[in-house]
Design a protein around this ligand. Structure first.
Ligand code: ATP
Ligand code: MG
Length: 370
């Protein structure tokens, strides 16, 4: 009993024009579809499981200058919250099963199992079956990101949005906070709600504190949850560059220009002195060159280079995660594979082939035309 997808997605074109872009995947013997890129006004990461729709999490703009971007984007009260650095997860309950979707709409077996062990959302979904929990999965042990938070030992899940699964409509910020409190779900830190003009100062202060502890940044939201704006710390710009330049031929170029500009505008808005600008420049330079040098040395020594991750869980879940990566054509280099208290713990590198191959080529005398 196929649904009228043109109506479901409010399309002004044939449903077939949208549906052809969905890719088919399997999760535990069940087929589903997901949309890897935004199409016809439908968000990237939207999934269709049977007849159920799980809308993608919308992308949000970034401010380079808080003082002007905040009043430009908001005309009413603004909630200021912490932006956590992990990966975006949507949790929904479909036909009685809890499913965790990554940003691209893939039902991740590892994340689904992790979410099941980290939270107890049964009460929430009994009362709100048509909603989804949108949150950041953070912590050192996961297959996608690595960023340490002092308060997170292995993995943590923090809700930053509750949305209607089918329409993607958010519940207002305050209602979301109440729902999280009622159902005992961890939520991102709140810095309060202010007029746009006052929110600028609060966001800047928050950024100074977050920067000092190496945390990522803030998200400002209209109280109805419909508009958002992100802004990040110098610490995360450097961390991004360190990561990118550890794998220069895979990520370097894409990261560099944007991070340099974020730093330039931040230095001006935060009124850096000449000495502070120089300090910022020194740290930025180190974030680029030091990891690149380390990588050339690692390749020279024949060590694998790539993104390092550690995962821990049910052996069958870990196996399906690793085979999913291999199916995607990723080269996975396992450094450690052991059983701890009945769980399988695997430390692995997603090999960065471009960086490895090009670095080898230059080390062996390859030349560049530039
Ligand atoms: P995009 O630009 O498409 O939003 P991106 O992958 O570049 O995505 P980020 O720069 O990390 O993402 O910023 C948006 C993401 O920040 C969200 O998708 C979400 O995963 C994450 N996030 C962390 N904390 C919050 C928060 N408090 N509110 C909303 N999103 C948050
Ligand atoms: Mg992020």
């Amino acid at each position: 009993m196929a649904r009228d997808w043109a109506t479901v997605f409010d399309l002004d074109t044939d449903a077939a024009d949208l549906l052809e872009h969905f890719e088919r995947e399997w999760f535990e013997g069940r087929q589903y579809r997901h949309l890897p890129d935004a199409r016809h006004g439908v968000e990237r990461g939207t999934a269709i499981v049977g007849d159920a729709v799980v809308r993608g999490y919308p992308s949000m703009p970034r401010a380079l200058v808080l003082a002007t971007a905040v009043p430009e984007r908001f005309d009413g009260p603004v909630a200021v919250e912490e932006k956590l650095n992990g990966y975006n997860v949507r949790v929904a309950r479909i036909d009685g099963d809890l499913l965790a979707f990554t940003r691209s709409g893939y039902v991740c077996p590892y994340t689904t199992a992790k979410v099941e062990s980290l939270l107890d959302p049964a009460g929430f979904f009994d009362a709100h079956p048509g909603k989804m929990l949108c949150g950041e999965l953070v912590g050192p042990e996961n297959p996608y990101t690595e960023h340490d938070y002092a308060e997170v030992a292995e993995a943590g899940f923090y809700v930053f949005d509750v949305r209607d699964r089918e329409t993607g409509d958010p519940v207002p910020v305050e209602r979301r906070r109440d729902l999280c409190a009622d159902y005992d779900l961890a939520t991102v830190r709140q810095f309060g709600t202010y007029t746009p003009a006052a929110a600028v100062g609060v966001a800047r202060e928050a950024i100074r504190d977050l920067d000092a502890t190496g945390r990522e940044g803030v998200v400002l939201k209209s109280v109805d949850g419909r508009r958002a704006l992100k802004y990040t710390t110098s610490a995360i710009h450097r961390a991004d560059l360190e990561h990118a330049f550890a794998l220069p031929f895979d990520y370097g170029r894409d990261f560099l220009f944007t991070r340099v500009l974020r730093e330039a505008f931040q230095a001006v808005e935060f009124g850096d002195s000449t000495a502070e600008v120089h300090e910022r420049a020194r740290r930025l330079g180190e974030a680029i060159l030091v990891p690149a040098v380390e990588t050339v040395r690692a390749v020279e020594a024949g060590e694998p280079v790539g993104d390092d991750h550690t995962v821990r869980g049910d052996p069958a879940v870990i196996e399906s995660l690793l085979s999913h990566f291999r199916d995607q054509g990723l080269e996975v280099h396992v450094e450690r594979d052991e059983r701890v208290d009945g769980e399988r713990v695997v430390a692995f590198t997603k090999v960065a082939r471009a960086t490895r191959d090009k670095t080898e080529y230059y080390l062996e005398g390859g030349t560049v035309d530039e």
